[in-house]
Design a protein around this ligand. Structure first.
Ligand code: GSH
Length: 210
């Protein structure tokens, strides 16, 4: 019985899935995908053509990163990432995925969206940053003093935001968010999911992630 994960190293959705898989000590065979040249084997599992995709035990297929997270954490949750009510966490993650992410893409590629300036797109992103900063003023993590599914689902996107202009981010009025981000992305767990893999399509080489 094998679990197969189609993944792309820098994709924030794939990063959150890999973080949950490693945290919950599940074992998957990772196939690194080149998005411009998606393998047929992956498209046969899910015609959506997005990563991550997880095939569990050669049968069930999950093609949404949050479903992969919930599946992994439900197998094993040593630090109680999912012991609190999941609904407010999912509401915040929803805001991340369907509001913040849209502005983040425009901020990141502002030259492709000349209707408004980079500065304008960054200001739109900041609405979400303000909400996170307020939460992190109360607790070290988004929902309590401990990590939860919500922190892990959101952090890859804040990383992407920070990398657009790291100087600006480091000088921004969000000290709690800065601390939260750098604590999480400098952790051994984060390092373990950011290793560089050669694309599966080239040598058909896959890697064990566990
Ligand atoms: N809702 C999906 C979104 C996944 C997604 O959009 N992934 C991007 C990469 S970051 C993708 O595969 N895009 C397809 C493409 O670029 O062709 C999820 O949460 O898994």
């Amino acid at each position: 019985m094998t679990n197969l994960l189609y993944s792309f190293r820098r994709c924030p959705y794939a990063i959150r899935a890999r973080l949950a898989i490693v945290y919950s000590q599940q074992t998957v065979q990772l196939r690194e995908v080149v998005l411009k040249n998606k393998p047929q084997e992956m498209l046969q599992l899910s015609s959506k053509g997005t990563v991550p995709i997880l095939q569990i035990n050669d049968t069930e297929v999950l093609d949404e990163s949050l479903d992969i997270m919930v599946w992994a954490i439900s197998q094993n949750d040593p630090d109680n990432w999912l012991t609190q009510d999941i609904h407010p966490m999912l509401a915040l993650v929803d805001k991340n995925d369907f509001e913040f992410k849209g502005w983040l893409d425009k901020y990141k590629y502002a030259d492709r969206f000349p209707e408004y300036s980079e500065h304008y797109y960054r200001e739109q992103c900041e609405e979400f940053l303000v909400e996170l900063e307020q939460r992190l003023q109360i607790n070290a993590y988004l929902f309590s003093a401990n990590l939860s599914l919500a922190d892990i689902a959101i952090v890859p996107f804040i990383r992407q935001f920070a990398l657009v202009n790291e100087q600006w981010f480091k000088n921004s009025p969000y000290p709690h968010l800065q601390k939260w981000l750098y604590t999480l992305i400098n952790s051994p767990l984060f390092d373990s999911v950011m290793l560089k893999y050669s694309p599966w399509s080239e040598q058909k080489q896959q890697y064990e992630l566990s």
